[in-house]
Design a protein around this ligand. Sequence first.
Ligand code: UD1
Ligand code: MG
Length: 504
Amino acid sequence: MHSTAGEQPGAVGQVSRARAITSVNRTPSRIIVVMHKPVTIVILGAGLGTRMKSRQAKVLHRAGGKPLLQHVVDTALSLAPPERIFAVVGHQADQVRQSVAASGIGFIEQTEQKGTGHAVLIGRDSLARMDGYLMILYGDSPLLRTATLRRLIERETEGSAAGVLISALMDDPTGYGRVIRDERGGVLDVVEQNVCTPEQLAMREANMGIYCFRADLFWKHVDEIRPNNPAGEYYLTDMPAILTRAGHTVEAMQIEDPGEALGINDRAQLALVDAIFRERKRSALMAEGVTLIKPETITIDSTVEIGMDTIVEPFAQILGTTTIGENCRIGACSIIRDSALGDAVEIGAFTVVNTSTLERGASAGPFARLRMLNHVEAGAHIGNFVELKKTRMRAGAKAGHLAYLGDSDIGARVNIGAGTITCNYDGYKKHATEIGEGAFVGSNSTLVAPLEIGAGAYVAAGSVITQTVPPDALAIGRGRQENKPEWAMKRRKLAKTVEAKNVS
Ligand code: UD1
Ligand code: MG
């Protein structure tokens, strides 16, 4: 195998040497294989997915933390550059397009869904210009692994078949098209479940709906697909029979694990696929040195990154674009979404962290809520029943118990007493609170924003603070205490006299 390590990742089609795969470029996030023969990938995702019983297009439903189509697009991107990837969209085309727009792939709109064959045909103008090979993936089959698709491409590009499809032997192939082979093992036809003869129904080799064709032969013959089935649709599954009739061969590449090509048609299958993604992610993290306690209870999106020796406790959910450093502890039942945690961060049980950053050695919880856009600097501490919103806790600052800090900038080493509340909203606008380095805010203080408390200042417990506190000052904002000697004793005496009168 040649080494062409200097080439651009994903430059499929610009290389032309003797063997199919010439180099593997490793990037931290994915492996890109550069192939001799260009492969164009079409992902079908126009269907509504009637069996989902949903107002949302099927490929927008999520599994493993990503929309179904996004999974397939990500897999496709590890095999071809975005200019050679097209998604066929139809139902809720705009939303579907938007959900994967960042990937830079092309789109083909199928306004009327007349079948899987029709979905490819409709893109003829953009697709037939592409030489090499045409791979077709279904947007509702997100579990397929890159390695399997790579094998499919190799089998097609290195052999002489006009096309190769992926099949699997299934105990119960209900719902799938059946693969009909000739005596030499070639594929004669794919027959959909609803038109199978009883003998065909008994066949266990199912079509997984993934194909790689020689592009020239595909486009030469695709017009021969006829809508001659009960649904009146153009079925892509007619292509093997058409190519075979024209004197070409079509092969089926059997995969070991039919679960990999599981198509999602209803909610139960969606849940199953989600569970498989979760399991894959947990296994990958454990292999990289992350401890998961009772892993089967933990939910981690495929997009999450976690460093070595971090411990995740039962029932934690770690979601979205979250990144977690090394040596952290994520407490039981915590939910962490779209957040960045440095090394050695401690998240106590039942803590919710959303779109926030926690630097090295910071801690939050148990029972804390970092609602949105907070920044907790190194070594700062957020304790139980503390809520933060758009707040910066500078290095070493502490809010140990029962507080609400919103739109605030809390200086380094500040101590926020239990029950402190920033009154950041006047019914119309949000206002900021700024507390200088080393200040001490006594328990149960009410800080009416906009407000500035100077560095090193003290706020007496129970104060309502409405004016700027100068640095190093003591602010007391509460009624003065008055003691009335023997008041209680006299009160009791009076009560007794009244009682005696009432009885007599
Ligand atoms: C299809 C195959 C079947 C295979 C199964 C594997 C056909 C005719 N049948 O059946 O042999 O065993 O997948 O999962 O291909 N789509 C469009 N436009 C359309 C119709 C469908 O884009 O006009 C898209 C859908 O959004 C979906 C994919 O194609 O992502 C597959 O369609 P679906 O209706 O789920 O086909 P199956 O009945 O599962
Ligand atoms: Mg399907």
